[in-house]
Design a protein around this ligand. Structure first.
Ligand code: NAD
Ligand code: MG
Length: 391
C-alpha cells in the first residue's frame, strides 16, 4: 500500500488524482490532502478519503475545517510549513505536486529533499527554480515523474531506463505539441476585447483558471518549453513547438535514425497521472479508449510568435538564464491574476511580462533566496505597473 500526499487536492489535477485513488484502493491510500481556502470541498474530501492530515493555507480556513469535521480522524493544520511537513514525512511514499503557481515550490522541494517519488504537475516550481530543483533531485535520489501531459508523453517516448534529468541519447528534436487554446484562429484585431470568460473556455481540456489563461496566451507552452529543458536536459533550440488542435498527440520525440515516436490518447489528465502513479507498471485510469476513426484527422501547424508573444518571451528567458525564468513566471502569475480580476486587458499580459523582464535585472542563481528575491521584485514591479493600466 502506497501512502500519498496530495498538494492541491481541490483543484483540477487534485480531483483527477483522487478519481484514480478511488479506482485503486488496494494500491493507494491518502496520507494528507491540502488546499487553499475551499473548506466545503475539503470537508467532503476528508470524509471520503479519511486522510491522517489536512492542511489549509490559513488558520481561519483550518479552524472552519476542524469545526466541520468534528472529532474525525483527520488532524487539521495550516500554513506553508505544514505543507512541507506533510510532503516530507517518513510515512509518505508519493507526493503529487498539484498546487498552482510559485507557492507550490517550497512543499515540492521538501518532497524532493526527502527523496520521495514526486509527481510533478506544478510546472511553475520547475520554471522558477529549475537548476536548483534538478540538483536536489539528484542529490536526494528523488524519483521525479512528469504529470504535465506533454512531458509525460515525452518521457513515455524516451528509451526505457531513461531517468529524468539526464540527456537522452540519439534524440535530435523534441516536438512539444499545443492546441493553440481558444484564440488560435481569432482575428488579431479582436484580441483587445477578449474577456476572462472567453480565455478560460479551453476547447479540449478542463483545467484550473490560471493554466487556462496561460493556454490562451500560450505562456503555458512557454512554461512547458522551460519545464522540458530542465526535465530532459536539453536546450530551448532542441525543442520545436507544434500546434495540434485536436490534442490527441501529447508530444513527440525524434531520433537520429529518422524514427519519430508520439504518445497519443484522449485529452484527459487521468492518463498521465495514472502513468506516473504506477510507473513502471500500468493501471486502469477510466479514460475513454481512443477512437482514431472518430477523430479522423490530426492537424499540425507552426506556432506564430506574433499571435503568441509569450512563446518568444519564454525562449528568451531560458536563453538568458539565472533568475530570468523566475521573473518571467512571477510577472505572468501577477498579470494573469489581474486579468482574471478584470483589472487589465488580455493583451496587456504579454506586454507586462516583457516590460518586467526588461526592467528587473536577472541574477545568477546562487541559492533559493536569490530566486525568491527576484520573484518578489518582479511581483512588486508588476503591481506598480498595473496601477497605471487599471481598466
Ligand atoms: P486549480 O486552480 O484547479 O487547483 C489549484 C490547487 O492549488 C487547488 O487545490 C488550490 O486549493 C491550491 N492552491 C492554490 N493556491 C494555493 C495557496 N496559496 N496555498 C495552498 N494551496 C493553494 O489548478 P490545476 O488546473 O489543478 O493546476 C495545478 C497545477 O498543475 C498547475 O501548476 C498547472 O500548471 C498544472 N497542470 C494542470 C493541468 C490541468 O489539466 N489542470 C495540466 C498540466 C499541468
Ligand atoms: Mg501541459
Amino acid at each position: 500500500m502506497l501512502h500519498l500526499t496530495l498538494l492541491g487536492a481541490t483543484g483540477s489535477i487534485g480531483s483527477s488524482t483522487l478519481d484514480l485513488v478511488s479506482r485503486h484502493p488496494d494500491r493507494y491510500t491518502i496520507y494528507a490532502l491540502t488546499a487553499n481556502t475551499n473548506v466545503e470541498e475539503m470537508v467532503r474530501l476528508c470524509e471520503r478519503f479519511q486522510p491522517q492530515f489536512a492542511v489549509m493555507a490559513d488558520t481561519a480556513s483550518a479552524a472552519q475545517l476542524k469545526f466541520c469535521l468534528g472529532s474525525a480522524t483527520t488532524q487539521v493544520l495550516s500554513g506553508e510549513e505544514s505543507l512541507s511537513e506533510v510532503a516530507s514525512d517518513a510515512e509518505v511514499d508519493i507526493v503529487v505536486a498539484a498546487i498552482v503557481g510559485a507557492v507550490g515550490l517550497m512543499p515540492t522541494l521538501a518532497a524532493v529533499k526527502s527523496g520521495k517519488r514526486v509527481l510533478l504537475a506544478n510546472k511553475e516550481a520547475l520554471v522558477m527554480a529549475g537548476s536548483l530543483f534538478m540538483d536536489e533531485v539528484v542529490e536526494h535520489g528523488a524519483t521525479l515523474l512528469p504529470v504535465d501531459s506533454e512531458h509525460n508523453a515525452i518521457f513515455q517516448c524516451l528509451p526505457s531506463g531513461y531517468g529524468v534529468g539526464s540527456k537522452p541519447s540519439g534524440v535530435t528534436k523534441i516536438l512539444l505539441t499545443g492546441s493553440g487554446g481558444p484564440f488560435r484562429e481569432l482575428a488579431l484585431s479582436e484580441f483587445d476585447g477578449v474577456t476572462p470568460e472567453q480565455a478560460i473556455a479551453h476547447p479540449n481540456w478542463d483545467m484550473g483558471p490560471k493554466i487556462s489563461v496561460d493556454s490562451a496566451t500560450m505562456m503555458n507552452k512557454g512554461l512547458e518549453l522551460i519545464e522540458a529543458c530542465w526535465l530532459f536536459d536539453v536546450d530551448e533550440s532542441d525543442i520545436n513547438i507544434v500546434l495540434h488542435k485536436q490534442s490527441i498527440i501529447h508530444s513527440l520525440v525524434a531520433y537520429n535514425d529518422g524514427s519519430v515516436l508520439a504518445q497519443m490518447g484522449n485529452p484527459d489528465m487521468r492518463t498521465p497521472i495514472a502513468h506516473a502513479l504506477a510507473w513502471p507498471e500500468r493501471i486502469v485510469s477510466g479514460v475513454e479508449p481512443l477512437d482514431l476513426v472518430r477523430v479522423s484527422q490530426l492537424n499540425f501547424e507552426d506556432a506564430d510568435e506574433n499571435r503568441f508573444p509569450c512563446l518568444r518571451l519564454a525562449r528568451a528567458a531560458f536563453r538568458q538564464g539565472g533568475t530570468s525564468m523566475a521573473i518571467l513566471n512571477a510577472a505572468n502569475e501577477m498579470a494573469v491574476e489581474s486579468f482574471l480580476a478584470k483589472q487589465i486587458k488580455f493583451v496587456e499580459i504579454a506586454k507586462l511580462i516583457e516590460k518586467t523582464l526588461e526592467n528587473i535585472e536577472a541574477q545568477v542563481v546562487d541559492d533559493l533566496q536569490t530566486i525568491l528575491a527576484d520573484d518578489f521584485r518582479a511581483r512588486e514591479y508588476v503591481q506598480q505597473q498595473i496601477k497605471h493600466l487599471a481598466v
